[in-house]
Design a protein around this ligand. Structure first.
Ligand code: HAM
Length: 444
């Protein structure tokens, strides 16, 4: 029997695993700068959370969910996105009952959608996202956009395209949907099967249909801006003016409607194309949601947030050589010369690890040349050569593998000597070893 991974899922290892982790950790650090804190909700939720939250009109709920009955006959779903689950948690834990608003959460982890797998589209993928709840303001909307942009800049992206639009308040959107329905009803015979469904479910979605003929027809459709209430219009321009203040470039895209049902007011997406011309799709999507907390049984409370596709971001970074300098190497490779030195080398290896240096050593006898090749493959900065005759004298040879310089160190002062050697190359590699600070404290 041949076993393979489930279609649309991936095993992640080596540099790819490092890359996914790196993207999430940079985004987390930036979210912390903005005062967000981590929240972890379960992968499994009762199906209603997404049906009511993400919305019956969305493609996700209609066709893409991993839904099944558990052994107690309850319908559960593996999260296709985080927002509905985060809001469910805010309601079931009554987190909204605080004076300390807005609530600010970030999250990262796997999400599941039964989509057709293709470049940048998987059935299990990872999202990082943030949700800011309880403050109805253009400034909150702008803040999460600024956070996303700063995150991407800190990852090294230079050119990104931020597309932004407003879906207005409920009243504006209702009037606009009516106008769209009237317009598209006249052309529906020429349009695709999906658009036939969308006409009744959510005519807004026709605007982002990818079929060429439908796009032509959509060009003549009524525009949201002609149906916006004064309040929504003002709010949108307030958000844009904050982006202007921080010199964030954006493109207003009338056809950007987003695929999830809960949005109102501002919505946005960030796109990027790799140097090699790959288009992985949107790397970030988000927006404001006015009615979601209430729809899931909470009070009237607005929210705004976004999620990024971690795999897509990592792929783009790889193509744009933004991952080349990512550290995957070790600090030190300890080389026993001859089988009798294996124990001594293992001791010295453990000592270095306890000091905080990434260290490896062969656990069984290995030829000298092979050890050097291995040290090189593992990207070691130093090699420690442990020979019998030298160990008897209480010394070993430490070799800088970059400069090829080699010097004798005293094993009595092993820790000091290692710290000194690594300090001499610090700055070249930007590494910091926290144990130094701890040692200083102990000495006081
Ligand atoms: P979304 O646009 O459905 O929004 O997903 C956000 C991002 O997740 C996308 O821009 C994309 O990068 C990534 N993504 C989505 N589906 C896949 C897939 N099949 N394979 C790989 N990557 C994918 C949401 O999920 C909302 N919850 C965002 C949000 C938070 N809105 C307000 N708060």
């Amino acid at each position: 029997m041949d076993y393979s991974s489930v279609k649309g899922t991936h095993d992640v290892y080596g540099k790819d695993a490092v890359a996914l982790d790196y993207v999430a950790s940079v985004m987390k650090a930036v979210a912390e700068l903005y005062g967000f804190h981590e929240m972890n909700t379960p992968v499994l939720e009762y199906t209603d959370v997404f049906a009511r939250g993400t919305g019956e009109g969305s493609d996700i709920v209609r066709k893409e969910m991993y839904t099944f009955l558990d052994k107690g006959n309850r319908s559960v779903t593996m999260r296709p996105e985080f927002t509905a689950g985060i809001v469910r948690s805010v309601v079931s834990n009554k987190l909204y009952a605080t004076e300390d608003l807005p609530l600010k959460y970030y999250y990262s982890g796997p999400a599941f959608r039964y989509e057709r797998p293709q470049l940048g589209r998987y059935r299990q993928f990872n999202q990082f996202g943030v949700e800011e709840l309880g403050l109805d303001s253009a400034r909150a909307d702008a803040e999460v956009i600024l956070l996303a942009m700063q995150g991407f800049y800190m990852l090294g992206f230079k050119k990104l395209s931020l597309k932004i639009n407003t879906l207005g308040d409920d009243d504006s959107r209702r009037r606009y949907k009516e106008a769209l329905k009237a317009y598209f009803s006249e052309h529906i015979d020429e349009m695709c099967a999906d658009c036939h469904e969308r006409l009744n479910l959510n005519p807004l979605r026709i605007l982002d249909c990818k079929v060429e003929g439908d796009q032509e027809i959509a060009k003549g459709a009524p525009k949201m801006k002609d149906y916006l209430s004064d309040a929504s219009d003002k709010r949108f321009y307030e958000t844009l003016s904050i982006l202007n203040d921080f010199e964030i470039e954006y493109e207003i895209d009338d056809n950007l409607v987003r695929g999830l049902d809960y949005y109102s007011e501002v919505v946005f997406e960030i796109h990027a194309i790799s140097e090699e011309g790959h288009d992985y799709g949107a790397i970030c999507g988000g927006g404001h949601y006015g009615g979601l907390v209430k729809a899931l049984g909470g009070p009237e409370m607005p929210g705004v947030g976004f999620a990024i596709g971690i795999e897509r971001v990592a792929s783009l970074m790889k193509d744009n050589h933004l991952l080349d300098s990512l550290e995957t190497g070790i600090d030190l490779y300890v080389m026993p010369v001859g089988e009798e030195m294996l124990d001594e080398a293992f001791q010295l290896t453990m000592g270095a690890r306890q000091l905080g240096y990434k260290t490896e050593t062969p656990l069984s006898p290995m030829k000298f040349g092979a050890m050097f090749k291995k040290a090189e493959r593992r990207g070691a900065k130093f090699a420690l050569i442990v020979g019998e005759e030298e160990v008897e004298r209480g010394v070993a040879q430490l070799k800088n593998l970059l400069t090829k310089e080699q010097f004798e160190i005293s094993l009595d002062k092993y820790e000091e000597e290692l710290d000194k050697a690594f300090a001499s190359i610090e700055g070249d590699d930007g590494h910091h070893h926290h144990h130094n600070e701890e040692n200083e404290e102990e000495g006081e």
